[in-house]
Write a protein that binds this ligand. Structure first.
Ligand code: GLY
Length: 311
C-alpha cells in the first residue's frame, strides 16, 4: 500500500531572532528545502534518501549551524557531528567531531552498513580519506567574525548563535525526520556543536539522545546537547510511543519533564500514522513541515511548547 509521505525539518532552537527580516529569511530557507525533500518523497524516494538529501541541503545553508556555517570551537577549529537512524532496521550510525568535509551526514549514512557504526575524529577523517571525499572548508566569514568577537570578550557567552546573524545566543543544529510512501521512517541530525566548547566535547547529535527512530516514530533534537543527553530525549519519545503513548502525549510528557528540570532544547518528530509533532522548552524552534496537503512552520508559535499536525 502506498501512503502519503510526511516530513518535518529543523534548523535549531534558541532565543528569538532579532527582526522580522531574519525570520522571513529562515522561513524561506526552511520552506524551500522542504519543497525539495517532499518532491523526492512524492516520487517514491525512500525516507533514508530523503533524510540524507534534506540534511545535505541544510548543511549547505550557511545560515544554519551544521556543515557550511558551523560554529568554531574554543581553539578556532570546526568539528562537526552527525547521526543517521533507519527506523525500519532500528539502526543508528554517526560521526563525532569530524573535520574538513562538506556533508557529515554522508559519513553517518555510509556507516549504516559498516560493522563499526559510530566513528570519532581520527577514525571519521580516515573514513573520509578512504572514501576520497574532497577536502572542504566549512568556515564562513560570519562565523569567524562571531568567534573573533567572542575571543575579544574572553568567550563570556556559553553558546554560539543558533543561526548566522546578529541575535541573542542560541542553540543550532539541523535535523530531518521523514515517513516515505512505504510507511518507513528515518531521522538525521547534524551540528557544528555549541560553539566555543572544549576540544573533544561530544554533542548529543551523534547519540540516540539527539537522534532516534524505529518502526513507530522518529525524532531529531536541537538545543543544548548536555540537556538533551540528560533527558535522553529522542530515544525517550520514541520508546514512549512504542509502549503505547500517542506521539503528542509522548512529546508533552517529555517536554513537561524537561521544562521542570530547566532544560533548553527542542525536538521534531513524526510517527508511522503520519502525525507530525514538535516540542520545545527554548523560546523558539526553527522547524517546518509538509504533510502532503499543508506546509507550515513553528516560527510564530513562541508560546506553544508542543504542536501537532495531522492530515
Ligand atoms: N545540540 C547540539 C550540541 O549541543 O552540540
Amino acid at each position: 500500500m502506498i501512503i502519503q509521505p510526511k516530513v518535518i525539518i529543523h534548523g535549531g532552537a534558541g532565543s528569538s531572532l532579532h527582526g522580522k527580516g531574519s525570520l522571513d529569511l529562515v522561513r524561506q530557507s526552511l520552506v524551500q528545502i522542504l519543497h525539495q525533500i517532499y518532491a523526492q518523497l512524492q516520487v517514491g524516494v525512500s525516507a533514508q534518501e530523503a533524510v540524507v538529501l534534506g540534511c545535505q541541503l541544510l548543511e549547505d545553508d550557511p545560515r544554519f549551524n551544521a556543515g557550511t556555517g558551523s560554529v568554531l570551537q574554543s581553539d578556532g577549529q570546526i568539528r562537526m557531528s552527525a547521526a543517521f537512524m533507519d527506523g525500519a532496521m532500528q539502526r543508528f550510525s554517526g560521526v563525532i567531531n569530524v573535520t574538513r568535509i562538506q556533508h557529515p551526514i554522508n559519513l553517518a549514512h555510509y556507516l549504516q552498513n559498516s560493522p563499526d557504526r559510530i566513528l570519532s575524529d581520527y577514525g571519521a577523517s580516515e573514513l573520509s580519506r578512504d572514501l576520497q571525499l574532497p577536502v572542504f572548508n566549512p568556515l564562513t566569514e560570519q562565523r569567524l567574525t562571531e568567534w573573533l568577537q567572542d575571543r575579544k570578550d574572553n568567550f563570556a557567552r556559553s553558546m554560539a548563535n543558533v543561526v548566522a546573524e546578529s541575535m541573542e545566543q542560541g542553540r543550532g543544529t539541523i535535523g530531518v525526520v521523514a515517513l516515505d510512501t512505504q510507511g518507513k521512517i528515518a531521522a538525521g541530525t547534524s551540528t557544528g556543536g555549541k560553539g566555543f566548547e572544549r576540544i573533544g566535547r561530544v554533542s548529543d547529535s551523534a547519540t540516540p539522545a539527539g537522534n532516534y527512530a524505529n518502526g513507530n516514530a522518529g525524532v531529531s533534537c536541537t538545543g543544548i546537547g548536555e540537556d538533551i543527553i540528560d533527558e535522553c530525549l529522542a530515544a525517550k519519545i520514541v520508546i514512549r510511543v512504542t509502549d503505547g503513548l500517542s506521539l503528542v502525549g509522548a512529546m508533552e510528557k517529555s517536554m513537561a519533564e524537561a521544562h521542570q528540570r530547566g532544560r533548553d532544547l527542542g525536538a521534531i518528530a513524526l510517527d508511522a500514522t503520519g502525525t507530525i509533532v514538535w516540542g520545545k522548552t527554548s523560546e523558539m524552534l526553527l522547524a517546518a513541515y509538509h504533510t502532503g496537503s499543508t506546509i507550515g512552520d513553528t516560527l510564530d508559535n513562541r508560546e506553544q511548547s508542543v504542536g501537532k499536525v495531522t492530515g
